[in-house]
Design a protein around this ligand. Sequence first.
Ligand code: GBH
Length: 500
Amino acid sequence: MCSKKPGSISSILGSITMGSITQSTLPSDFVWGFATAAYQIEGGANEDGRGPSIWDTFCKLPGKIAGGGSGEIACDSYHRTHEDIALLKTCGAQAYRFSISWSRIIPLGGRNDPINEKGLQFYLKFIDDLHAAGITPMVTLFHWDLPDELNKRYGGFLNKEEFVADFARYARVVFDAFGSKVKHWITFNEPWCSSVLGYNTGSFAPGHTSDRTKSPVGDGSTEPWIVGHSLLVAHGAAVKIYRDEFKDQNGGEIGITLNGDWADPWDPENPADVEACDRKIEFAISWFADPIYLGKYPDSMIKQLGNRLPAWTAEDIALVKGSNDFYGMNHYCANYIRAKTGEPELDDIAGNLELLLEDKNGKSVGPITQSPWLRPCAIGFRKLLKWLSDRYGYPKIYVTENGTSVLGENDMPLDELLEDEFRVQYFRDYIGAMADAYTLDGVNVRAYMAWSLMDNFEWAEGYETRFGVTYVDYDHDQKRIPKKSAKSIGQIFDRYIEKS
Ligand code: GBH
């Protein structure tokens, strides 16, 4: 028999079985809006002194990006902030989560490198304009676009001392410039992606992997764990700076955003599959969340990775433990998990298990989308909210991303594309599941940012996969046309949020 300890998937599988309950609500001060990231929307890559990031460099390598695209122009938001704000207003958004391009602020990135005043001015005006439109900014310091020079200079995240010192200085510059106007800060977006996709599979910049057909450099058995450790310490260092030097006068809050999807057993009758589900979530989420909330790496990771997982010094763990004012949650879908038998491979990053889209009986986890990894399963959102709350003591949770692509969307005639009922249904189901988690499970979820305000540069998938509630016409001046989903999110929240 498998154990039913609280905070394990076995306890949740038994307790949460119902779908959306119409009586569920969200609190009257609940905040919702949309999210984007700098490299995915800004363009203006060579303008006003911006330096290149590792993504500018990675996109130039043949075969790395579907369709050969890059973020050089993207949605051209660098020149169209007024259009983006108008969109947010049309949708009725209360908040906007966007990220800052480090190499716009400090083109070379390092702690002794010059600051680019024009970069600061761009964001300062944008933040002022958001406030003037009544929209609350939520700012991510780092959404994957490391200044390229820091990668060349000392190997970026692989060099903890240098990276932490440079990130700390960048964070201080940003807090100093915008701290009086921004009350919600996110240090890192999805450190799992920077570590695993950047240093194990090599599918994201800087493309390190053990696979020599894909990259001349990289060791996927050691580098991801070193990178993850550096990111955690850099997060802790930035939080300390914020709390020591800015929080008192500005009264804001700061946290990290972690990605993680729900895990259901491939065979619920097999205890090994049920156990593997917890391990899957631990390798994806607890890798970062356990040090922050519990002061150590998960036992399952220590057991599998041994001394490839860096050891905590007293000084570093003191920075990291207790460093979240809120938990930033990016969530998209669920997977079926099947335990592997035998010893894990050296480059295994998932916990010796398979991620599958169908269960033992061939049942799909959800409908097919344009993204091979994404099949919607809204009840999994409610279950993961509960799993996280049980494990980490019911922290305040901000959902910082949630959304979907639509199968074949890029090839649809425009009128069909704009009627994105599939995406509307996704938001209905997921927001409903979140309201159930709040109302029925006591989960302390307080904000929700849909991904994304508009179609944008979808990293290795280029422009072929669209996640926006707004269509962007890349052939005609990045013209923005709201889809059906743009207007529907406000209507959905209107049903759930209690009137004060
Ligand atoms: C978010 O990550 C990102 O924060 C955002 O920038 C992005 O646009 C959005 O998702 C939509 O993709 O290729 O099979 O190895 C979501 C978490 C984790 C989802 C990695 C895709 C790749 C799986 N991502 N995952 S695979």
